[in-house]
Ligand binder design. Structure first.
Ligand code: SAH
Ligand code: SF4
Length: 424
């Protein structure tokens, strides 16, 4: 989502005559887009912001903009801690990046723009580069309030962009180059609910699917509580949507899921997995998991490991729980699980998942997969791209002009991290 937002702001600046600078030292304006989902992400953003102080000392006319969730969450506090920042833009105020050209800035005033507004994306578009992949934000906000999560506080309530706006944006993008489109929303399955659309998500997919020049169509992220058998069945009619399901579980223990306010049980989740595998036998399923949520006992963690053994996800993004001051969990459970313990659980989890991923990837050896080619690495003298199941494969070919094409590749080697093959 932040990549998309950055491209939206980039387009505003390009339309006003700016060009991209090749180094921070040469820039007139530097924008830092930030994430608040974990304390670690904010610490890294502070590191980046801190490194700009010296550059500003050497170039006092430089304008520094901090945008994104940290801007929204901290507002003026960003400027209090880093007084050389000129403008703080929250998650809804892209258009106000224009302020850096206004008179107020000539007087070197510092400005903060935060708070929710309606339709922040209206009338805006993102810059799309030469990459074969294009991101498109289709809705803003989140109404789910998972107990650990800051997103509903930094990105406000759900609001869907009109289907026609999205379809037009896609048409314009693929006019220049065929693309894989990735539609983005914090809970994209809820798309259109605020517009009173009954099957908004499927309607949106169908509309974008029918645009010629869309090679593949993916979407992020699905909340299991909103995935219905009807949606799973509907996807069968949309062949450009690959059979990959990213379905964040967060924990494999029912007490934890309840404490996290996720709105489903492990039994509900398993039913979805069965349905997916019944309708799409060759599908891949990936997930997100948080280890060390407050009150997670050794037993609840072991339940999670067992759940993962049972489901056998293709891959998983695991994170150590991080207290977010706005989120309910930090108010309800001020006591955190010690960091050493959380780290140990993360290590145990990753070890297990790596074995499962290895086993899953090994099954690909000898198979022919369809790759959408993204890159050529001179160093490895190989192309790379992803399967429909969202696995990265490096492969050799005698051809030279494969980027952006769909090619058939036979898999020769497969580890947990690297899959290799050759074009057939
Ligand atoms: N809306 C998406 C993802 C939002 S954040 C969804 O619901 O799936 C991306 C991931 O960050 C989450 O899936 C979760 O695993 C992780 N995450 C969110 N808040 C966190 C926190 N406080 N500590 C650790 N991980 C967190
Ligand atoms: Fe956060 Fe839950 Fe919303 Fe995802 S669905 S953004 S985890 S509150």
């Amino acid at each position: 989502m932040n990549f998309y937002d950055s491209s939206v702001v980039e387009k505003i600046l390009i339309d006003r005559g700016f060009t991209k600078s090749s180094s921070p030292q040469e820039a007139n304006v530097i924008l830092v887009n930030t994430c608040s989902v974990r304390a670690h992400a904010e610490e890294r953003a502070w590191g980046t912001i801190g490194s700009l102080k010296r550059i500003k000392e050497n170039n006092p006319d430089l304008k520094i903009v901090v945008m994104g969730c940290m801007g929204e969450r901290l507002g003026r506090k960003v400027i209090e801690r880093a007084p050389y920042v000129n403008l703080v833009l929250g998650t809804h105020h892209f258009k106000d990046v224009n302020l850096i050209l206004d008179l107020e800035f000539a007087e070197k005033r510092m400005i903060t723009k935060v708070g929710e507004v309606e339709s922040p994306y209206q009338g805006l578009q993102a810059v799309q580069g030469n990459s074969v992949l294009a991101n498109i934000g289709v809705m803003k906000g989140c109404n789910s309030f998972c107990a650990y999560c800051v997103v509903p506080y930094t990105r406000g309530r759900e609001e869907s962009r009109p289907i026609q706006d999205i379809a037009n944006e896609v048409k314009e993008i693929v006019e220049k180059q065929d693309k894989e489109i990735l539609l983005l929303g914090q809970n994209i399955l809820a798309y259109g609910r605020d517009l009173n659309l009954k099957n908004g998500f499927l309607n949106l997919l169908e509309e974008v699917h029918n645009v010629g020049g869309v090679i593949r169509l993916r979407y992020l992220t699905s909340h299991p509580k909103d995935l219905t058998p009807f949606i799973i069945e509907g996807l069968k009619y949309l062949p450009k949507v690959p059979e990959h399901f990213h379905l964040p579980i967060q924990s494999g223990d029912d007490d934890m899921l309840k404490a996290m306010n996720r709105g489903y049980t492990t039994t509900d989740y398993l039913k979805l997995i069965d349905k997916i595998r019944e309708e799409f036998p060759d599908s891949s399923i990936s997930t997100d998991i948080i280890v060390g949520f407050p009150t997670e006992t050794e037993t609840s963690f072991l339940n999670t490991l067992n759940f993962f053994r049972k489901v056998e996800f293709d891959y998983a993004f695991a994170a150590i729980y991080s207290h977010r001051p706005e989120a309910m969990a930090s108010k309800l459970y001020p006591q955190e699980i010690p960091l050493d313990e959380k780290k140990k659980r993360l290590k145990d989890f990753n070890q297990l998942q790596e074995e499962i991923t290895f086993k899953k990837n090994q099954k690909l050896i000898g198979q022919v997969v369809e790759i959408l080619v993204e890159e050529f690495s001179r160093k490895h003298r190989a192309f790379s791209g992803r399967t429909r199941t969202n696995k990265i494969v490096a492969f050799t070919s005698l051809k030279t002009d494969l980027i952006g094409r769909l090619v058939k590749v036979r898999v020769k080697e497969a580890g947990s991290w690297v899959i290799k093959g050759e074009e057939i």
